[in-house]
Design a protein around this ligand. Structure first.
Ligand code: MCN
Length: 790
């Protein structure tokens, strides 16, 4: 089949004119007659017992219609919030979680009560009149202390604070001894707050006469929201409709169900009126799940000639007060820790630790940025140890034969790691830059060059790999294609675009597969009442490699049926009918053609082959045979001011490989956004808690430092193209690549700049004060210029 014209075209996103001119429709743009506003009373403490809740005053406040606490919700909600059972099978302690606290709160901002009022201001005012009597309990804030036997417990009555402890591969001491040089490093992955432009929000309307629940929700996975909600409320899935309209970013934090996703619909059922809750920015920073929050203890060994021997990884993950639905998924940092390299041996252990903080869950990359960061840092540390150029050490150890089975049994589909690195080195002018660096150092100019040769796993996922981990639901993907009598086409997909440009790229696939003009194709997603029975959502850079393939497959089914009908109309054998760019003809008679639109019109008539039903429409579910493994090399060039510790990011080069490309402009946009988020982690952002009180210190955007475009240089992008054999389109994901690659490139560059001071490692965020202190410590002067304490 000809697949030529639209796939690969650099066309503008068709959704942008609407989105950038204020015509987008987000949850808060929707309302229903008689809608009440819901506001949430949240725990001010990280850990406390709820002794009593007095709502007397609040009930009398203007506009207040109802106040609900645990006992009210227990009447309409059952079960506990879901946790995927077996990304890490060896769960030790998975505390059950009801969407609202009953007797104990285990993180600051955990819901305790809700107010329903006529307006949102009335609801907010009434919050302050609710008198909750708390008995403060010791908060467990430190990951390591939480593991000590004498540590207080995050949950009263629990045996300990251990969420899981799993050794994937035990150490092989004989191989470890083969190493001639060894480096050790502890690397911190600070907590991050996913800060999408649109905060979370839910509008719910329960219809008592029909027994139906309609929910508008800012979600990356509306079908999962429907599934969980139906279960929790005891309503048949067919009577629950979840609509995720335009969603202003998710970055992984809108995959899992949240308390409010259940409390708002439940409040609608209890009150008999539609109910809306829109998260404030402070609520977003305080209650939306955080990302990262890990400590890695690493040890790696090599031969003096640079041959990598072993990598030992221990991951400590701060789970927070409850296990997030996909928290354990982030243990994949261990599975990808070896990066793009041949190691003789990798040993890895993951430990999940409960603390009295907001739960952690996926945030763009979800485990893979951490894996890249640890691996690429260790490679640089080894290069420094054996005095080898970091690019050469990478080159010497790159995996070159594909498919490649990793130590953990993952099968890397295709790759050309050296090619991507060489292209990036060429773009940055590596040799020349190294000379400039050497020269600059003589004059107190500290230039740093940081390489990050990243790989990742995405395209989740093959049912064989995912169904056991999700408790039985195979992460396949669905699409429905309908061709109308006049030849225009509607495509319904189970993925959800919230910034990734699916409205543009998926019709590009349809245009080529059906041979229909691009402008005649409509894309619909995000409404569970439309399209296939189930959709699996957007995360893990899966939409194209799995969802795009479902679209492709549904189109192929349509073409197959149209070909049968064309053969019938041509009175020819089906195998003699040629389909070429949207037109059918019989071999040898290319002048006598019928367009797919004409066949579509005929498909609604009476002249059909025996047994054929009317219409050209098809549903497809696509189950990939493997994951996909994109890769690339990013290079950052920084200059560090040794007097102030300030990092000046001067250049950023990215050569990425996501196989064949549907739309290069969208791919570049995805890489841009991703790099920005990685730089944000490397240099700026961090969720900070007071270790004693458990109070979050970064609850506003004044304290939580989100960088803007001003902080970034122009990103210099290029690509290599190595198609995957996993799917017919040859495509891999790109949605997270920039984030996965970039923090390592930045920190490697910062460490490279600081090498003359003997500084080996800098943790994130590499803020001026952190670097300044390290320089002073390295110089042997204290921070105020006197001799440093040793
Ligand atoms: N694409 C392409 N050719 C390729 C690969 C991708 O043209 N070889 C296009 C796709 O068709 C799609 C886009 O690039 O339009 C991203 O595709 P894909 O890599 O499949 O990723 P997803 O669409 O599944 O997006 C998920 C990914 C994730 S996991 C996070 S987190 C993330 C991200 O996308 N969150 C985002 N990008 C985001 N971008 C915005 N603006 N907002 C978010 O919340």
């Amino acid at each position: 089949m000809a697949i030529t014209t639209m796939i690969g075209a650099k066309i503008h996103r068709r959704e942008d004119p609407r989105l950038v001119s204020g015509e987008g429709r987000y949850v808060d743009d929707f309302t229903r007659p008689g809608t009440l506003s819901l506001a949430v009373v949240r725990s001010p403490y990280a850990h406390a017992r709820i002794k009593s809740i007095d709502i007397t005053q609040a009930t009398k406040a203007p506009g207040v219609v109802a106040i609900y606490t645990h006992k009210d919700f227990a009447k309409v909600l059952s079960g506990i919030m879901p946790v995927t059972p077996s990304f890490v099978a060896e769960k030790k302690h998975n505390p059950p979680r009801f969407p609202i606290a009953e007797k104990e709160v285990v993180y600051q901002s955990e819901p305790v009560a809700v107010v329903l009022a006529e307006t949102k201001y009335q609801a907010s005012d009434a919050l302050n009149l609710i008198d909750v009597d708390y008995e403060q309990l010791p908060a467990v804030m430190d990951l390591e202390k939480a593991l000590e036997a004498k540590s207080p417990h995050v949950h009263t009555g629990a045996a300990d604070n251990l969420g899981w402890d799993l050794t994937y591969i035990p150490p092989d001491e004989a191989v470890i001894k083969e190493a001639e040089v060894v480096v050790k490093q502890r690397i911190l992955q600070q907590r991050l707050a996913p800060t999408s432009m649109e905060t979370r929000g839910v509008l719910a309307e329960y219809s008592k006469p029909d027994g139906t629940m309609t929910v508008w929700m800012s979600s990356q996975s509306p079908h999962f929201a429907r599934l969980f909600l139906a279960g929790a409320m005891g309503i048949p899935e067919s009577r629950v409709r979840v609509i995720s309209p335009d969603v202003g970013g998710g970055f992984g934090a809108k995959i899992s169900p949240y308390s409010e996703d259940w409390l708002v619909p439940a409040a609608s059922k209890l009150s008999g009126r539609p109910v809306k809750w829109i998260e404030s920015r402070t609520e977003s920073l305080q209650t939306t799940t955080h990302g990262r929050g890990m400590i890695f203890d690493l040890e790696a060994g090599a031969k003096k000639d640079g041959t990598l021997v072993f990598l030992k990884v221990t991951q400590y993950m701060d789970i927070g007060g409850y296990m997030g639905t996909f928290a354990a998924f982030q243990a994949n940092s261990c599975l990808l820790a070896g990066g793009a390299y041949n190691w003789k041996h990798i040993t890895a252990r993951t430990v999940g630790v409960l603390t009295n903080r907001v739960p952690t869950d996926p945030y763009r990359g979800a485990g893979r940025p951490e894996a890249t960061h640890l691996c690429e840092r260790i490679i640089d540390l080894l290069a420094e140890k054996i005095n080898m150029d970091p690019a050469e050490l990478r080159r010497k150890n790159f995996i070159t034969d594909f498919p490649h089975t990793s130590h953990f049994g993952l099968v890397y589909d295709s790759g050309a790691y050296e090619k991507a690195m060489d292209k990036a080195l060429g773009m940055v002018g590596y040799e020349k830059l190294r000379k400039e660096q050497e020269e600059g150092r003589k004059h107190g100019k500290y230039l740093g060059i940081g390489i990050s040769s990243w790989i990742e796993i995405c395209g989740f996922g093959p049912s064989a790999g995912t169904a056991p981990a999700t408790g039985g639901i195979a992460l396949v993907e669905s699409a429905q294609v309908r061709v109308f009598p006049t030849g225009s086409v509607a495509v319904y997909v189970g993925t959800h675009s919230h910034g990734q440009g699916h409205d543009t790229t998926f019709p590009q696939i349809v245009a080529d597969t059906l041979g229909v003009p691009y402008d005649m194709i409509e894309m619909r997603h995000g409404d569970t009442a439309e399209g296939p029975a189930f959709g699996y959502g957007t995360y893990g850079s899966r939409s194209l490699a799995v969802g795009g393939m479902a679209v492709h497959k549904a189109c192929q089914k349509v073409v197959a049926k149209a070909r049968k009908l064309a053969a019938h109309i041509f009175e020819a054998a089906e195998e003699d009918v040629v389909f070429d760019q949207g037109q059918f003809y019989v071999k040898g008679s290319p002048d006598k053609r019928k367009a797919l639109g004409e066949i579509a019109f005929a498909s609604f008539g009476m002249n059909l082959p025996e047994g054929m039903e009317q219409s050209l429409e098809a549903v497809a579910y696509y189950d990939p045979s493997n994951f996909v493994f994109p890769f690339g090399t990013h290079i950052a060039v920084v200059e560090v001011d040794a007097e102030t510790g300030d990092v000046d990011l001067q250049r950023y080069i990215a050569v990425d490989d996501c196989g064949n490309i549907i739309n290069p402009m969208i791919v570049e946009g995805q890489v841009h956004g991703g790099i920005a988020q990685g730089i944000a982690q490397a240099l700026y952002e961090e969720v900070v808690y007071d270790e004693e009180s458990g109070q979050m210190k970064t609850g506003t955007l004044t304290d939580y430092l989100v960088p803007t475009a001003n902080e970034f240089p122009n990103f210099e992008l290029d690509r290599t193209i190595t198609p995957t054999p996993t799917n017919e389109l040859g495509v891999k994901g790109i949605g997270e690549a920039g984030t996965i690659a970039s923090s390592a490139a930045i920190i490697n560059a910062v460490c490279d700049a600081l090498a003359p001071f003997g500084i080996k490692h800098v943790d994130m965020p590499a803020s001026p004060d952190r670097i300044w202190k390290q320089i002073h410590e390295a110089r042997g002067t204290s921070h105020n210029g006197k001799e440093a304490r040793k």
